[in-house]
Design a protein. Structure first.
Length: 120
C-alpha cells in the first residue's frame, strides 16, 4: 500500500459520508454528481487494492495476511453494492446507504494501515 493513497481514500470516503448524510437530511435522493463522486472513491479504492495485492504477490507479508486480504476484498465490493442500491432505490435513504459504505471504506482503510506492517 502507498500511505498517501490510503490517506486520500480516507479523505474522499469521509467526504462521501458527509455528502450522503447531508443528502439524507435534505430529504433528497443522491444526484448524478454524488453517484459519480462515489464511483471515483471506488476507483481510488481499486487502485489501492491492486497495488496492495501486487505487493503481497511480490512477497510482502503483512502481520495478519488473511485479515489483510479480507479487508482488501471488502473495500472493493462495498461501494459497488451501495452504489447499485442507491441508484436503484432513489430515496432519501439512498444517501444513508452511500454514507454507510463510505464509513465502512474509511474504517477498513484505517485498519489496513495498521495491518500493513511486515511480519517479523
Amino acid at each position: 500500500m502507498i500511505d498517501a493513497l490510503a490517506y486520500a481514500v480516507i479523505l474522499f470516503a469521509g467526504a462521501a459520508v458527509i455528502w450522503g448524510l447531508v443528502t439524507s437530511i435534505a430529504n433528497k435522493p443522491p444526484g448524478k454528481a454524488q453517484l459519480l463522486y462515489v464511483a471515483g472513491v471506488e476507483a481510488l479504492t481499486m487502485i489501492q487494492s491492486i497495488i496492495a495485492t501486487a505487493k503481497i504477490i511480490g512477497g510482502f507479508r503483512p502481520v495478519e495476511l488473511a485479515t489483510t486480504i479480507g479487508y482488501l476484498i471488502g473495500i472493493v465490493i462495498l461501494i459497488p453494492i451501495a452504489w447499485f442500491w442507491a441508484n436503484g432505490e432513489r430515496s432519501r435513504f439512498s444517501g444513508i446507504v452511500l454514507a454507510v459504505a463510505g464509513l465502512g471504506v474509511l474504517a477498513m482503510t484505517l485498519r489496513l494501515l495498521v495491518l500493513w506492517t511486515p511480519a517479523g
